[in-house]
Design a protein around this ligand. Structure first.
Ligand code: ADP
Ligand code: MG
Length: 256
């Protein structure tokens, strides 16, 4: 279970997240949606502590850290909590000078100090899971965006994190390549992978997410089961935003 309690994040005077409290069940998939600048990326980065909240508590499984009490949070504690998470970025961020399988192995051999053969075997089984085994020895630059993102997903899953965080995982991809990433994430969701994803991609959010959080100006406007938030949004703001997403999706579908 992931629990955020009274999370606040400021950049200087700019309050980017205000008093965010939400919990996400084990094996659930949550989509963070909302206008650009609303705080989706910052919220994800506060879960893996790439950004430290100014106040509030982050809990992942048995690990919890509270910020803003005046006492400094130890680096070792931050790393322990961060290791409960895996992160997938919009622009993949593979190491360009490592092959696909080496990218997946890196965290296992360097951080977890696994022996090479064991790391390679795990990396290969993850590449199979994302349909990339045949490209294990390829360099990232020779792969399509969709293929790179599938390798990045395998890399994020390698250390068996409790939660997979995805920041706009399909936004840099053409619709066709986005679909192969949606398919992989959808399969992971069916297998019970706990995920939190920021996305503008209605197809991704509505096929993969069970829960939706609509975030605007650092506050949760509406949250609930995906079918309810997408099908019968309660708040006027949510209705308008979802209508915009539908329109964008139709435009991009008719463009291809
Ligand atoms: P979203 O992902 O929903 O588009 P972000 O979390 O990226 O929103 O940004 C929320 C707000 O926080 C924006 O106003 C953005 O300019 C600000 N912000 C994000 N990261 C930083 C940073 N490292 N330094 C200063 N301001 C930031
Ligand atoms: Mg963002």
């Amino acid at each position: 279970m992931i629990e955020l309690k009274n999370i606040e994040k400021r950049f200087g005077d700019n309050v980017v997240l205000r008093d965010i409290s939400v919990s996400m069940a084990e094996r659930s998939v949550t989509a963070l949606v909302g206008p650009s600048g609303g705080g989706k990326s910052t919220l994800l980065r506060c879960i893996n502590l790439l950004e430290l909240p100014n106040a509030g508590t982050v809990r992942i499984g048995a690990e919890a850290l509270t910020f803003g009490t005046g006492s400094r949070v130890a680096t070792g504690d931050i790393q322990r909590l961060r290791r409960q998470t895996g992160m997938v970025f919009q622009n993949f961020q593979l190491f360009p000078h490592r092959t696909a399988i080496e990218n997946v192995m890196e965290g296992l051999t360097v951080v977890l100090k696994w022996p090479e053969a064991k790391a390679r075997a795990r990396a290969m089984s993850l590449l199979e899971k994302v349909g990339m085994a045949q490209k294990a020895d390829a360099w990232p630059a020779t792969l399509s965006g969709g293929q790179q993102q599938r390798v990045a997903i395998a890399r994020a899953l390698a250390p068996s994190p409790r939660v997979l965080l995805c920041d706009e995982p399909t936004s840099a991809l053409d619709p066709e390549l986005a679909q192969e990433v949606v398919d992989v994430l959808s399969r992971l969701a069916d297998e019970g992978t706990t995920m939190v994803m920021a996305t503008h991609d209605l197809r991704l959010a509505s096929t993969v997410a069970g829960e939706v959080i609509f975030l605007e100006a650092g506050e949760i406007v509406e949250k609930g089961p995906a079918a309810a938030v997408f099908g019968r949004p309660e708040r006027e703001r949510t209705k308008r935003f979802i209508a915009t997403l539908r329109q964008e999706q139709q435009t991009s579908a008719s463009a291809t």
